[in-house]
Ligand binder design. Sequence first.
Ligand code: AMP
Ligand code: MN
Ligand code: MN
Ligand code: MN
Length: 276
Amino acid sequence: MLRYDLHCHSTHSDGLLTPTALVQRAAQRGVDVLALTDHDEVSGLTEAQVAAGETDLRLVAGAELSVSWRDITLHVLGLRVDAECPVLRNGLAAIRAGRAQRARRIGDALADAGIPGAYEGALRFVTSERLISRTHFARFLVDSGHVRETHDVFKRYLVPGKPGHVEHAWADLPEAIEWIHAAGGRAVLAHPGRYKVGPTALRELLADFTDAGGDGIEVLSPSHNATEVADFAGHARRLGLLASSGSDYHGPGESHVDLGGMPPLPAGLTPVWHDW
Ligand code: AMP
Ligand code: MN
Ligand code: MN
Ligand code: MN
């Protein structure tokens, strides 16, 4: 059986490893098929493809799109996309354009909460001038001694109700799925267990996602416990959605599950890669 890992990040968004280092690490760890899915970005794929050519690993072109649904942010993976597709590229550029202004507002919000210099501090951790994310603020908050670990940042800061949170409008769900489809890819709802919704809103979200043409959900993710895996497997079967699996790896010392670290998919699901 081939080992798939269809979700990870490089220095082209908020990962710690370059595309080359990421591909080499995945190959060493026995990954057969790896999707690079940088946030709102496909610029790392060229380098990743070259690196993959030096190994037995097959690279899948992907991206993780930031989407607003009601008052929450969703992440939708585009898998096996044509990274040259202008519709997708323009869509991603539009999402990224909002990030710079948002980052300044996050900096202002943290300053109001007594942490000055966070915007400039976060910039020191940015590895692609095209993209700044909350992860870069998280790394600054850890580095400056405000929080011990990046993971803890997202309990005390940068999330709704906490200092450094700002409202932001990302892409809407139907348009994000449209861009992915225009690029010939499959749209997969990333880590559904991460969204702060009750069972009713989750069903509504999944209904909106399938109505908009969504193809699959990420059943296996480090964000999911065993109950959630079973729950999302059930939703996938009920709705006829394809199932995906990904480590969401961001880098050594930061991600507790390494590349290729997810177990096999539960039985009775159609993997998103079934016809690749
Ligand atoms: P942004 O897209 O700028 O809102 O940043 C979102 C990123 O922050 C995610 O992709 C993760 O890398 C990181 N993040 C969000 N929540 C958490 C969390 N609870 N633990 C660790 N990292 C998180
Ligand atoms: Mn991230
Ligand atoms: Mn995500
Ligand atoms: Mn991710």
